[in-house]
Write a protein that binds this ligand. Structure first.
Ligand SMILES: [Zn+2]
Length: 277
């Protein structure tokens, strides 16, 4: 969002309306005029998704090396860390929604375009492994330009690694809900993010493998206007449902219950009631 000097108002990226920052915050960063969903930072996403104070981060201290000695990568990583206050473009951990425990991952586009390098992939893989071990559902919010080019092949390998981890979690009977937010593209879309038992997306998010420019070249210049949006992908069966940000938590809660989650403690109460106590 483009802020005007005093930080009281900002301009909607989609409709150019001037909006009060406070109003936008209250509205979960969704433009009240046109409904455009502005990108969220990790902390904002966790705050509107999980029960208050329930998040416990895992693997937060993992940091990327410079596996192929890419010029300027170390400096870029340092700059991204200090600009975002994060160690990587993905944060993973445990959390609770409506009393139901889960493993959660949230990507942050502000950290090097949410790109997936070795640490991003490792954290995703470990999140799936923990979910499988503890038989907990897993929810991952993706926002990514794709594989991190500064890590070359090491980054591309994360596609196979995260996909294999997702499969192992599936074999362990763990439900995986993949939430695609703006943008989810490239190697992230082409790996674990497409493997959800349920795939949700925020309205208007860019969701596609390559960009519009490549698509236009491939298809001889003709692209539908909503090409590579979540709505287009939902119409064509790739996404199960486009969910407004204000409804996301309740939809996730319903899905967790559908997949058999129960609020902590509730199963004991039900058992006691069934036993006539
Ligand atoms: Zn707007």
């Amino acid at each position: 969002m483009e802020s005007v000097p005093d930080g009281v108002a900002s301009k909607c990226q989609a409709c150019d309306e001037i909006l009060f920052v406070r109003e936008l915050e209250r509205n979960l960063q969704v433009c009240p005029k046109c409904g455009h969903h502005h990108r969220l930072r990790v902390a904002e996403r966790l705050a509107i998704t999980l029960d208050e104070g329930s998040f416990v981060e895992m693997d937060g201290d993992l940091v990327s090396g410079d596996p192929i000695g890419f010029p300027g990568y170390s400096e870029k990583l340092t700059a991204a860390r200090s600009a975002t206050g994060l160690n990587e473009a993905i944060v993973t951990g445990r959390g609770v929604i409506d009393g139901m425990p889960l493993i959660i991952g949230v990507a942050d586009f502000a950290f090097m375009g949410g790109s997936m390098g070795s640490v991003f992939g490792e954290k995703i893989a470990r999140a799936f492994e923990r979910a499988a071990e503890e038989v907990l559902p897993i929810v991952i919010f993706s926002a990514s330009g794709g594989a991190r080019m500064q890590e070359g092949l090491v980054a591309l390998m994360q596609m196979a690694k995260t996909s294999a981890a997702a499969k192992r979690a599936a074999l362990a009977g763990v439900p995986f809900i993949s939430v695609l937010t703006d943008p989810t593209t490239g190697g992230v879309l082409a790996s674990y993010a497409s493997l959800g038992d349920v795939i949700l997306a925020e309205p208007g998010a860019v969701v596609g493998f390559a960009g519009r420019r490549v698509g236009r070249q491939e298809l001889g210049g003709h692209l539908p206007p909503n090409f590579q949006t979540s709505e287009f992908q939902a119409e064509h069966g790739f996404i199960d449902r486009v969910v407004h940000r204000k409804d996301m938590r309740i939809v996730l809660s319903c899905l967790l219950r559908f997949f058999g989650s129960e609020p902590i403690g509730e199963d004991d109460e039900i058992r006691e009631r069934a036993n006539g106590r």
